[in-house]
Design a protein around this ligand. Sequence first.
Ligand code: PLP
Length: 488
Amino acid sequence: MTEPTIFEISSPGRTGVKFQASDVPQFDVPKEFLREQLPMPEVSEIDVIRHFTRLSQLNYCIDTGFYPLGSCTMKFNPRINEVTARLAGFGKVHPLQPVETVQGSLALMYDLQNWLGEISGFSGVTLQPAAGAHGEYVGVMIIRAYHKDRKDSKRTKMIIPDSAHGTNPASSAMSGFDVVAVATDNNGNVDLDSLRAVCDDTVAGLMLTNPNTLGLFEQNVIEVVKIVHEAGGLVYGDGANLNALLGVVRPGDLGIDLMHFNLHKTFSTPHGGGGPGSGPVGVAAHLVDFLPCPIVGILEEGSEDYPPLYGFVEPAKSIGRIKAFFGHFGMMVRAYTYISMYGKEGLKNIAEGSVLNANYLMTLLKDTYKLAYDRLCMHEFVLEGHWPDAPEVHALDIAKRLMDYNFHPPTNYFPLIVPEALMIEPTETESKQTLDLFADAMLKIAEEAKTQPELLKSAPHNTPIGRLDEVKAAKDLVLCCWIPEKNS
Ligand SMILES: *Cc1c(COP(=O)(O)O)cnc(C)c1O
């Protein structure tokens, strides 16, 4: 039997709070502001608490279970991040305060700019972008400003490998560039012949997701950068998934000109539910002047006795402001905490752990699920969720069935270059035991696909709602399924 909802137990006159008689003079609110009726359920406080607590428990989250959503890096968000983000000196500052009163916050931003630059090999960093895709947009605007500054006006093309993240072509198109796709070769790298064929003096740049969406390190990266540079273009690195490279490879050292980070993936700030995120952008020396304004700088050098005076500075050829105030500061405090907690060696351990976990899981699964490109993977890998001897079962059915085993499904049907894709990213924060349990479930499901396909086709079986029209659910969101009866 399902428990009655808050709406069903509503009883006229029942209430959570009883106000005392008012001891201040009454004020007549203008009639047009008053409602005749306010049809809300009438319930006690405990009913409300139970209602919302129950709703919150319907959410699957990283704090309740394994969440191998490829490309999203659903790693554990350390609680210490939440403690520091809530320190009054950080949590209660206002962006309009005079800079002398927020020196600690500015020092944190200044250090974070430098740390991100150091981690990735870039000379300048802006913390303003609100998310990864926003960072890409900023990067593409910087590429445009760079060419414009050189009076090089023919460059209208942005090259995007077909293994790139979907936001790359979207950011380029939104910024008015013509998107030109290049193919992937048999090893999962950018196809160099196909790249050479489109490189000419109309190329503004190339956006490279590395590791790419197949979870593979771009083995030709040096050559790719060289080809684009020789054509006069810039190379944008999509660094949303820097997890596998931390402390091991610096994109700036590979010749990449600029790149965004996702603090809400690699640097453990929470994500999901629509934000807030944070997508700082790092640039090489020749692009520092184009960074959005303002960035945090030192206005007066410090001494042994005095700390420096931090403030805002404006790069000489800045593309301008791209965000209200200075970005999502709370995310910066969390990322700062995370980086300082791990330190240099620790960051490298993160990368090694994420690559080890992904390869361990891939090895357990690749004899049962077809592996699109069979080589050492980085932080994630892509399987095909389809078998010739279970023709009616598709990746979607496997994803839904995983929910019956209490796992969040992996990303599916992305990347587009793998049919029936299941994109799995375990992250470094999971134990071997969890990975083993997940692999067991995946292997059982593969068995079921051949013996009881109906079980998969009708999954999930334990959730309050089974299969829904996912496009309609996203585009036409119904947040309240209760419609009050008229005059009740
Ligand atoms: C997540 C992701 C993005 C976009 O980041 P958002 O913060 O969601 O806008 C871009 N590129 C890659 C490779 C990603 O994984």
